[in-house]
Design a protein around this ligand. Structure first.
Ligand code: TUI
Length: 314
């Protein structure tokens, strides 16, 4: 079985995380992934703390396996949710879209494993110094808010910059990418887009259909003008947003154009006004499966690929 240091660190069977996707990664999806032996992660996104508390408790009622909480650091509720993680004693906190330094001590005191997303070597060194338990190296192939570098170049650089376990993310939706990640020095992977196809993922059917039909050039990046690039499916919303970035529209109006668009995609399946966040690996997601089928298939096939690796060298 494919195993690594992350499994003993977190008490999970397979070295597979489910990404903390805002509005999407709820109690149902995350508990299904954890039950299957991966690490299910509840996403806080921009949601209020009490809503997240409810999701954590619901997940606890559905699984007794470890669960993670992703804290989106640009959220207006980030302080409260950081505190909530301690109160609810989640096993692991992952962070995104910012620097979690000011929370690290309190999480460590609460015995929570802290696993930040690090988009650069400098951030990896800082998080290592401040006592993170592991690091997620997320390349720009991923969906949502992205950094500058690709997974292929980021993972080995982060690996060289830290002694901590490294989790690869961005562009990973199947066993081949998992095996490749291990070759780059990672000891686990995080998949977001692949789990959008999970039966337990409660996104609108229009969203799921778009993922299953996605092809190679189906995603694009918007938001560069405001300094927060976001990868999503190439839809009328994304095309229009990009057009407005090159128009005279004020920064404030541009920002409000994006507000609520992800929620419209997730809950209403709004093909015109929704922002359908997805990574470049959407084109590799072919069918709907249970979270268990996804976790077990990716783990089993990655093991086969890695075992065969010696056949390539004569
Ligand atoms: O966070 C993500 N993905 C996300 S967050 C999100 S919600 C959002 N929507 C619009 C604009 C911004 C956010 C949707 N998808 N992935 C992890 C990630 N973290 N990617 C990049 C980063 C990151 C960037 C800068 C982590 C740390 C960082 O540090 C900068 C600093 O403060 O030094």
């Amino acid at each position: 079985m494919i195993k690594s240091e992350i499994c003993s660190l977190l008490g999970i069977k397979y070295p597979i995380f489910q990404g903390g996707m805002a509005w999407i990664a709820d109690a149902k999806l995350s508990s299904a992934v954890s039950e299957a032996g991966g690490l299910g992660i509840i996403a806080s996104g921009n949601a209020p703390a009490e809503y997240i508390r409810g999701e954590i408790r619901k997940a606890r009622s559905l699984t007794d396996k470890p669960i993670g909480l992703n804290i989106m650091l640009m959220s207006p509720y980030a302080d409260e949710i950081a505190q909530l993680a301690c109160e609810e004693k989640v096993e692991a906190v992952t962070t995104g879209a910012g620097n979690p330094s000011k929370y690290m001590e309190s999480w460590k005191r609460a015995n929570i494993k802290v696993i930040p997303v690090v988009p650069s070597v400098a951030m990896a060194k800082l998080m290592t110094k401040l006592g993170a338990s592991a690091l997620i190296a997320e390349g720009g192939e991923s969906g949502g808010h992205i950094g500058e570098l690709t997974t292929m170049v980021l993972v080995p650089q982060i690996k060289d910059a830290t002694t901590l376990p490294v989790i690869a993310a961005g562009g990973i939706a199947d066993a081949r990418a998992m095996a490749a990640s291990f070759m780059l020095g990672a000891c686990a992977v995080q998949m977001g887009t692949r789990f959008l196809s999970a039966k337990e993922c409660s996104i609108h059917p229009n969203y799921k259909e778009k993922i299953l039909k996605a092809t190679d050039l189906c995603t694009m990046v918007t938001g560069k003008r405001l300094g927060h690039p976001v990868r999503s499916l190439r839809t009328p919303f994304a095309r229009n947003y990009l057009k407005q970035e090159y128009s005279q529209m004020s920064d404030e109006d541009l920002e409000s154009l994006g507000n609520g668009a992800l929620r419209l995609a997730v809950q209403n399946g709004d093909n015109e006004n929704g922002c359908f966040i997805a990574g470049q690996s959407a084109a590799l997601v072919k069918k709907e499966q249970t979270a268990r089928e996804i976790v077990e298939e990716v783990a089993r096939e990655a093991e086969i690929i890695l075992k065969r690796a010696d056949e390539w060298v004569k």
